[in-house]
Design a protein around this ligand. Sequence first.
Ligand code: CA
Length: 329
Amino acid sequence: MVMTWQKTLPGLGTGAVRLAKRITALSEGKLEVLPYGGGELVPPLEIFDAVSQGTAEMGHSSPYYWLNKHTASAFFCAVPGGLTAQEQNAWVYFAGGQQLWDKLYAPFGLRAFPAGNTGAQMGGWFNREIKTVDDLKGLKMRIPGLAGEVLNLLGGSSQTISPQELFTSMQSGVIDALEWVGPWNDLALGFHKVSKYYYGPGFHEAGPMLELMVNKAAFEQLSPELQRIIKVACAAENDLMAAEYYANNVRAMQVLRNDHSTDVRSFPPEVLKSFFKVSEEVVANVGSKDALAKEIYESYAGFRKASMAMTPVMELGFLQARNQNRSDA
Ligand code: CA
């Protein structure tokens, strides 16, 4: 199993290693999965090809790294203004998403299963105060993929910088802002030491789903029992990683606020409005690339719309009411 992450990266890497160990344990060693961190066997962003070609049988990554293979891959991870982790799970497991994912990956000789989630991410670290959309003009920000397109359309300048160079790029002023993940991962990398503001929410990644890719031919050679073990282990890790992120984000946000006096802010409503408006355009454009992209986009957007009609009287209504009526404020 090759991975995009280092094996020791909390959450993404450690979750992938836990998944490999669980498959090995559940199969009582009949299927021994050996994890290789990013760069150990193949470079982090070449694992799609490695698993597709059978150089490795499995890979753990984020589907939105494969926009260059098919732009619709983003729908199986996260798109700006898209689904929360709970919604993404619902769509993939029970509302047609998995079938479309299988259809998308079949020409590449791949199967993929949900295998982790970071949950809602933060908007990112800024050394410029964001009061209006004009403050995004000329903003040099590390924010990759479709979210980068959104920033560029609003006058910013998205940058692609490797995780190892993020801290020094921010410190030296090469960039004005960056997004990475959320409190847990961000605190560990020390971004609070080189940034003035920590803005949320992450309009671009409300619940990115991670994947376990399996070489299709290799998967089909396995017994039904071993195939089932892979699926069950993935489903378990999909839940565990999300829970681990949530628990650690809560803890790390307290540390940032209480121990480091981090200035945690919400983007102004006007700025969020622009982020979401432009996100709609960027995502609709992804959904118009070809017939399959259209089919995936329509399924995804249809589910999102139906969920938005429900959440005011369910999760959203509850969370708003709970915060408004808290007794410990
Ligand atoms: Ca991110």
